[in-house]
Each structure stands twice: as C-alpha cells, then as structure tokens.
Design a protein around this ligand. Sequence first.
Ligand code: NZQ
Ligand code: ZN
Length: 399
Amino acid sequence: MLNFSLSMPTAIRFGKGEVNQVGEIVAEYAKKVLLVTGRSSTKKTGSLNKVTSSLDKAGVAYVLFDRIEPNPRATTIDEAGRIAKEENCELILALGGGSAMDAAKAIATVALSGRPIHEYIRGNKTGKWKELLPIKEALPIITVPTLAATGSEANSGAVITNWETKEKSGIGGPALFPKVAILDPELTYTVPANYTADGAADMFTHLYEGYMTGDENANVQDEITEGLMRNAIIYAPKAVANPENYDARAHLLWTSTLALIGLANAGRGGTFPVHAIEHTLSAHYDISHGRGLAILTPAYFELVVKQDRPHRLARLGRNVFRIQEDNDDKAANETIKALIHWYKEIGSYGTLSELGIKREDLRMMAEETVRVSGVDGYLNATRKLSADDILKIYEACFE
Ligand code: NZQ
Ligand code: ZN
C-alpha cells in the first residue's frame, strides 16, 4: 500500500425528507446565497420549490441562477460568479446533477478571485492553471444532488468546459470541498432511465479506474471498490425498472458519493484515463459523460487492460460478477462480456457513431486528449497511452 493522506471534510446528511432541512443547514453558514441549478429539471420535479421554501422558512435570502447546462461552460460560470460577487452572496448552494454541483464549485472560485474560470482549467493553452491549481480559496459550498452519478456532492473536484476552445478538464483543491452534502434519495425518483443508467456507468468507472491503474497491494481499497461496484450493478437495473424504489435510489446515491470521495484510491493511487478520453468527446459533442464512458470501457478493457493486467480484470469478474473461471485470460474475457451484458440491461450501451460523432474527428480528439489531459505527450494508464493508442480505442467503439 502507498503512503497517503486523506481528508473527507464534507458533512453528510442522508435520508428521506432531508431536503427540507436545507434552509436550517445553510443558515449556519450564510444569510444570503447564490442558488445554482440546471435549466429545467428542478422546476419540473418540484425540488427547487422544496429548497426555496426551506430557505424562506429559515430566513435565508437567495439569488437564483438557473442556467447551468449539462457539461457546464466557462462563460456561464463567469457570469454566475460576477452575479454572486455583485449580490454579496456568502455561499453557493447547488441543487442538481454533477453539472450544477461542479458549476457551483467553479462559481465559488470565480466569485472570490474575480478571474475567469478558464484560467484554472488544466491543459488550457494559457498555462495559468499551473499556478492557480490547487484552489485554496473559494466561497463556501453546499450541495444537494438530484442525480446519483458523479460524487461531486462530497469531493473537491469539478469538470468545466471551455466551449470556444473545446477544452474540458478538471479543477480542484481543498477549498472546493462542500461544507455539507444533503443527500435525499427521493430527489432522484424523477431521473429518467437513460440518466439513471449513465450515472451508474459513471460511478462504476470511478471505481474501476484506480482499481486497474493503481498499486496492486491495496486489498482494503480493492475490496471497498468491489463492494461498491456490486451495489451499482445490483441497484441500477432496479432503479431503471422502478424509478420510485427507495432502496434502489438510496443505494445508488450512497454508492456514487463513496465511489469518488477519495476513500477507495487513497493508498492505491492510479489515474483516470478513460475519463480523459471521454472528456474530449463531451467537450466536442456535448454528450452525456456516463454514456460516453459506457461506450469506451469495453474497448479500453479489451485493448489496454487485458493486455497489461488481465489478472485485474479477472479479479473484478470473479469478485464482482461472480465469474467462476480459474484461468485469468479466460476470466478477463468473461468479465468484459458480463459488463457489456450489464450496460445492455440498464440501457447504457451503444456506439460513438450513434451519438453523432464523426469518424473524421477521431484523430483530432485523440490528439486533444493527450494535449489537455496528458503528461509529456502521453496519457498515464496501465501503460503510457499515445494519441495512436487512444485513436484505436475510439475506432473500436465507432460502430
Ligand atoms: O440540467 P437540468 O435541467 O437540471 O436536467 C438534468 C440534465 O438534463 C437532468 N436531471 C438531473 N437531476 C434530475 C434530472 N432530471 C430529472 N430529475 C432529476 N432529479 O439530468 C441531466 C444530466 O444532468 P448532469 O448534471 O449533467 O449529469 P451528471 O450528474 O452526470 O453530471 C455530469 C457532469 O459532471 C462531470 C461530467 O464531466 C459532466 O460535466 N463530472 C464531475 C465529476 C466530479 N465533480 O467529481 C466527476 C465525474 O467523473 C464527471 O466528470
Ligand atoms: Zn465520471
């Protein structure tokens, strides 16, 4: 096991009806907040109403910013940051999926520093991020997730897209840990089947990335990972089949939070290559992050992990999918088949061409992945992946 330091400072409030406590909780930190949401779901589902009623009851004033798009954009964040500053908001309250929560973290940064968020995006051509990351100062943040997927509710990362330059990358730092994450599984009842499935694919990917690329002598972390993977696999089909199954929604939401809270990768390390390969797709084509991951994963397992660490795929298959096969190479093949079966069962399976991605863009996007997310011209995975290696993965997922 590697040496590590771990901080999980976000307080968690979990359970049915917890959303109604948001006003009281926020009042401990601020008298006036910027309430950040996506463009429509929180109004349609009534979750916005629940939050604003609770804020009113607790005497917390709020300014609503309801224009965050999926794959949140730098220009929108800069505008919201300006508003938060002008309105003297003391805290950023996020209600929504990963996009609203990531945006809230970026807005909390911009509102304090006055700098455009693009300067913080890793891999941007100005190179300013090298001085600005990790982020040490931001307004306090509280999160109320409405979708189980990213784990953004209790971690210190955010992913932002500069739509003009098509650079999508992470920002992060200790100041971005939310003070409190209010997890009410009933808020996720209205998530449609496609986003429920894509969210499950996302949490599964958060779990396997470090498991495949990290140190192999970290059994505590590996078993935590395998347990969380099993929960994603068991409960995603239940939530897709019955959106108001409280247990399924509760297990998915808690799995998504734990999958990316730092716990599983502390002492194991590892990298997130499939995330980097996907982020280029959503930066150029605005696709669902989880769907992109589900499409890329079988090809990454086949072309990269199976060659370099077949025994890790075999272990995943045996411990997560209960595959009974002693030979590692055969078990690795069965793992990939079992995973594809699960993606198909929940409805998060497909090809890049089905998402409207053009074949002629694949090489450019492979090169962009290495530029924006790589180190010295390569992406670190189970080995160093070149743009040519990434192109092969894209091509294998094309049709
Ligand atoms: O935008 P609105 O109108 O709110 O609708 C959203 C959006 O259309 C809708 N939705 C959310 N909750 C709902 C709901 N619809 C009905 N009922 C509800 N309760 O779902 C759609 C997708 O929402 P979005 O927030 O974009 O999805 P997700 O949570 O998957 O977040 C994706 C973003 O997070 C980043 C991704 O790259 C992407 O930009 N990530 C953030 C991470 C982090 N901070 O740790 C890690 C991840 O790996 C990921 O990269
Ligand atoms: Zn992800």
